[in-house]
Ligand binder design. Structure first.
Ligand code: NAD
Ligand code: TDX
Length: 350
């Protein structure tokens, strides 16, 4: 199959691209604007493959989208390009409205024109797969899980923009017959995760001897999924999922933020003890909470498991150990990112 992946230079898009090239025989065209979050070196492992191509362009640019579709002739569009960081959406929501809403609208319009021009057999086989988040469902109390039928209740500019994009995708499916798929996934983690997100931020700041910022009292809960398991789920959905359907993806790994941070500190204590021999947990600092901070997310992924036979292959304990090891072994990847303008402003590390 030929897969056009928007946002393929990001954390999840690059994991999906690496998977489809290294563990399958698909052809991939990455379509990515290379915003601050786009990291080309995450695609280095596949960059010499003759089944990989790259276009630097904006999903809001209708002509560029149309040209890529016509030239590459994809069987699947996997739409991951988005502004993804909740804190940034609070500080500056405009880019989230533009990329997540206008960008998704542009992708849908161009995909629809392309799809209508395909032969009947290819039109039947085509999929527009929209990759979304569990944050569209809002915040849970201590009990319960999000299912595919949970009512939408987004509460941050980021999740509201993703919720709107999900609605657009379903509308293009219902109204125009475009064969769409939507997946809503919980928090991903793993190698090549951009250093502004909780897990890499804690690893890197710990190693640099910086305070480890925990928002509020650290009791907020996230359901963590190893990124390669998400990539496997996405592949299963676009290869075998039923058009028009939504599938929730989750890791069955709910953890309080403070426990995640303590786990990372414990792993670093074993692998790279502090020069003074003291525990990394001493660096934990409770800081002002995120405005509107959702308390708990938890996904019920039983539909995906039942219908497509997917399940997470990595426990949180295995995945977080692998992740810490990867950041220890690949300091060049993240130091390169920190050396660019962005890092010193937001992460407060040199
Ligand atoms: P990311 O921020 O790491 O990567 C986003 C990528 O999109 C970057 O390569 C960036 O350059 C590109 N991009 C941004 N704006 C663009 C534009 N206008 N045109 C073209 N490219 C653009 O994000 P991620 O964590 O890999 O998330 C990917 C997708 O998965 C997003 O849609 C996100 O909402 C969704 N998602 C993420 C998670 C998570 O835990 N990270 C969980 C569930 C769903
Ligand atoms: O410094 C921090 N301290 C802290 O306590 C940061 C950056 C975060 N946190 C908390 C906030 C969250 O409860 O940790 C949790 C995880 O935060 P993020 O890594 O910013 O992720 P989150 O806000 O949960 O959103 C992520 O998962 C869902 C992705 O960024 C989204 O794109 C995805 O949709």
């Amino acid at each position: 199959m030929r897969i056009l992946i928007t946002g393929g230079a990001g954390f999840i898009g690059s994991a999906l691209t690496r998977r489809l090239i290294q563990h399958a025989d698909h052809e991939v065209l990455v379509f990515d604007k290379l915003t601050y979050a786009g990291v080309l070196s995450s695609l280095e492992p596949v960059s010499t493959s003759n089944r990989y191509g790259f276009v630097q362009a904006d999903v809001c640019d209708a002509e560029a989208v149309s040209a890529a579709l016509e030239a590459f002739q994809p069987d699947v569009v996997a739409h991951l390009a988005a502004e993804s960081h909740v804190d940034r959406s609070i500080d500056g929501p405009g880019a989230f409205i533009q990329t997540n809403l206008v960008g998704t609208f542009t992708m849908l319009q161009q995909a629809l024109g392309y799809w209508r021009g395909l032969s009947e057999a290819r039109r039947h086989a085509f999929r527009f797969h929209h990759i979304s988040t569990d944050e569209v469902f809002g915040s849970l109390g201590e009990d319960g899980f999000f299912t595919e039928t949970t009512a939408y209740d987004p509460r941050s500019p980021y999740s509201a923009s993703k919720a709107g994009s999900d609605h657009l995708v379903r509308a293009w499916g219902h109204t125009y017959g475009l064969p769409v798929l939507v997946t809503n996934c919980s928090n991903n983690y793993g190698p090549y995760h951009f250093p502004e997100k909780l897990i890499p931020l804690i690893i890197i700041r710990a190693l640099k001897g910086e305070p480890l910022p925990v928002y509020g009292d650290g009791s907020n809960v996230r359901d963590w999924l190893y990124v390669d398991d998400h990539a496997r789920a996405l592949q299963a959905v676009f290869e075998r999922g039923e058009p028009g359907q939504t599938y929730n993806v989750g890791g069955d790994a709910e953890r309080k933020n403070l426990d995640v941070v303590r786990t990372i500190c414990g792993l670093l204590d074993q692998r790279r003890p502090r020069p003074d021999g003291r525990p990394y947990a001493e660096q934990i600092t409770f800081v002002t909470d995120r405005p509107g901070h959702d308390h708990r997310y938890a996904i019920d992924a039983s539909k995906l498991k039942r219908e497509l036979g997917w399940a997470p292959s990595v426990t949180f304990e295995e995945g977080i150990a692998r992740t810490v090891d990867w950041y220890l072994d690949n300091a060049g990847w993240w130091q390169d990112i920190l050396d660019k303008r962005y890092a010193t402003q937001r992460l407060g590390v040199a």
